[in-house]
Design a protein around this ligand. Structure first.
Ligand SMILES: NC(=O)c1ccc[n+]([C@@H]2O[C@H](COP(=O)([O-])OP(=O)(O)OC[C@H]3O[C@@H](n4cnc5c(N)ncnc54)[C@H](OP(=O)(O)O)[C@@H]3O)[C@@H](O)[C@H]2O)c1
Length: 89
């Protein structure tokens, strides 16, 4: 996997969605991953490469289990994060 990995949290609307779309349109070197509480569960999202279809990955930043599941699946499949935009805080 050679693409740099760009992650933006809270990408279903507002500022996060704008960042996601801006980067996707202009920075083809990045594999851009957006998250939302209502997204696809991380195991399926990463194992089936759902990010390539514009889907969002499930992540609730207030829930430790959700945060662990997201980063574990990302680490196991892509193995890297080059840019993390903590839009939700
Ligand atoms: N809009 C402004 O003028 C402005 C100005 C200064 C700073 N900010 C800051 O910029 C950030 C985004 O603002 P916004 O106006 O774009 O907000 P928004 O429209 O309310 O969008 C928030 C995003 O965060 C997600 N989200 C909410 N709670 C979450 C949680 N617990 N875990 C994971 N994702 C969660 C939402 O997705 P789901 O509901 O799908 O999970 C949504 O995609 C905020 O931190 C805000 O304080 C905004």
């Amino acid at each position: 996997m050679s693409n740099k990995v760009f992650v933006v949290t809270g990408a279903s609307r507002g500022v996060g969605k704008a960042i996601l779309n801006w980067i996707k349109a202009r920075c083809s070197e990045f594999l851009v991953i957006g998250t939302s509480r209502k997204g696809v569960n991380p195991a399926e999202f990463f194992s089936k490469a759902r990010y390539r279809h514009g889907d969002l990955c499930s992540l609730d930043v207030t829930n430790d289990e959700s945060v662990r599941a997201f980063f574990k699946s990302l680490k196991d499949t892509l193995g890297r994060i080059d840019v993390l935009v903590n839009n939700v805080f």
